[in-house]
Design a protein. Structure first.
Ligand SMILES: Cc1cc2nc3c(=O)[nH]c(=O)nc-3n(C[C@H](O)[C@H](O)[C@H](O)COP(=O)(O)O)c2cc1C
Length: 243
């Protein structure tokens, strides 16, 4: 099969790393690969903070809910949506810049995610493992303070990178028939039920886990409370008012 597609389909998050360090030149090359991603109107609305200070790594590990691999991975990057650089550049040309639009938040968040995913794939192509860390949004203000993020910049997620010291299974995905629809949106509850059965078997057989777990049940903590309800006020304070 096409080796690029093969690589993409072999992704699994890595949460345990060896002590081997990623060479700096390789890390920079991964970031360049990230920059090659498509970007809305060429705006490149992102900044990556390479967190090198060990005390800050420990602090972010705590702020992200006690995720030790944030501190122990070879490298930890914080991917920030950045509307400061492009709006200021535009302003310097004399444009009458409007800030705080919801569309700008979307553009910057999407650009950042596309860039980060390119970094992830480039890293995996080099035999590295990665794990995204959305947990930094548990305490986004403290993370922003630590990284001295200016207004119109917000931390979307972090990413641990390093040489894998674990070989977890590839986690199954929803049947393609559920997420690929022809012409119009159609009901997919049957495919979801089939996927729940498959995930239940996966948790029991592959992970020796709870036989009550499946995809739908595992979604409970996402939706049974107002998860990260602070995000709206946080984004407003960052200058993303959502107008
Ligand atoms: C934006 C984003 C944030 C995530 N945040 C975390 C996190 O904070 N901690 C963690 O261990 N995994 C995190 N993950 C990893 C997901 O849990 C993982 O991708 C998902 O369970 C699928 O497993 P896989 O990556 O092994 O295929 C995150 C993934 C994404 C895309």
């Amino acid at each position: 099969m096409n080796p690029t597609i093969e690589l993409l389909k072999s992704h699994r998050s890595i949460r345990k790393f060896t002590d081997q360090k990623i060479p700096h030149e390789l890390l920079v090359e991964l970031i360049r690969a990230g920059q090659a991603a498509a970007t809305s109107s060429h705006v490149q609305a992102y900044t990556v903070i390479h967190v090198k200070n060990p005390a800050n790594r420990e602090r972010i590990a705590e702020l992200a809910g006690g995720q030790a691999y944030v501190a122990s991975a070879s490298d930890f990057l914080v991917f920030c949506a950045d509307m400061k650089r492009p709006t200021e550049a535009s302003e310097r040309t004399g444009a009458n810049v409007v800030r705080g639009m919801t569309e700008q938040l979307l553009v910057a968040s999407v650009d950042t995610a596309l860039m980060a995913q390119n970094v992830a794939i480039a890293a995996e192509s080099e035999g590295l493992g990665i794990c995204y860390i959305g947990g930094i949004r548990n305490n986004p203000q403290a993370v922003s303070d630590l990284l001295r993020l200016p207004e119109h910049v917000y931390p979307v997620f972090g990413m641990c990178l390093g040489y894998p010291d674990a070989d977890p299974d590839v986690k199954p995905r929803l049947p393609v028939e559920a997420i690929l629809k022809e012409d119009v949106y159609t009901d997919d509850s049957e495919q979801v039920a089939a996927f729940d059965d498959a995930m239940q078997r996966y948790y029991v057989e592959r992970r020796g886990g709870n036989k009550d777990a499946n995809w739908s049940k595992n979604l409970t903590p996402l939706f049974d409370s107002k998860l990260r309800a602070h995000m709206r006020d946080f984004l407003t304070q960052r200058g993303f008012e959502m107008k």
